[in-house]
Design a protein around this ligand. Sequence first.
Ligand code: HPA
Ligand code: ZN
Length: 337
Amino acid sequence: MTAQPSDSALYALPKAELHLHIEGTLEPELAFELAARNGVSLPYDSVEQLAEQYEFSDLQSFLDLYYATMDVLRTEDDFAELTRRYLRTASEQGVRHAELFFDPQAHVERGIPIEAVVDGISGAIAEGERDLGISGGLILCFLRDQPVESADAILSAALTRPDRLLGVGLDSAEVGYPPELFRDVFARARDAGLHAVAHAGEEGPPAYIVQALDVLGVERIDHGIRAIEDPALLDRLAEEAVPLTVCPLSNVRLRTVPELAAHPLHRLEEAGVLVTINSDDPAYFGGYIGENYTAVRDALGLTADQAERYARTSIHASFASTARKAELQQAVDAWRG
Ligand code: HPA
Ligand code: ZN
């Protein structure tokens, strides 16, 4: 059997992170620090007790804790600190380009000004570019389980500073909230020159993936693993070169797959689909992007060639400039040696 790459080789592999919710990088330790700083009381006695809650039965059970815990994020500096810590860890795990999702509706409805959120995160991204050499940007996600009017309002607020955004996405509870509800708001975002992506086929049916492509005009599908159930859709994704941002540890923790050994990651790739490996909400799901690569290696097998292919696909599927993509592909050449 071909020797599989070590942890350190997989961490060092230059890669892009394309599916990462910045609020999902809130580690229990930082949650307690921010709670103390902001005078917010968390309904847990200790870091350990909060960490013990990280046992989920499905997407909704995670979202309940995710939205409750983000209440500790109050100031521009909180958002900056959260992002700084994520980028430091990401850098240690080979991330050279990161496109970060954020959920502004969940903050604005708590009375936090969108400027504090956007300025905090994008300030830290600029620092990360300077100090760590990580390029990237911000993707504003609409909460699909909130009224469309709320998505419309947050887009209008965000479009006062369109230069701060790379694109828009769609997240939160999927089943019962089909992409077509967001047709007009995505059209407006695309008209404003923003990229478009959407979570689809995580818990929802393959038909939601089709809708995200046909109705929202998205360029990538986040998760998309339920495409494995629909051979015609797999052919289409392969033919149209639509990348999937797959998050293996997330899928196990939210029980969209029974165990990692049963994950369709490699099967999706073997069907000709552009597949990438990402971390989703690493503080909650047991690991950052490097741990996703090593867990895949341990459960499904991952040769150096396969790892290299996933990393190259992540760079190719990113919204980085052509010049930046070429630079990052050269960094992968150097990794191969
Ligand atoms: N799925 C949907 N919405 C989310 C997720 C996810 O994995 N993480 C944060 N919001
Ligand atoms: Zn996600």
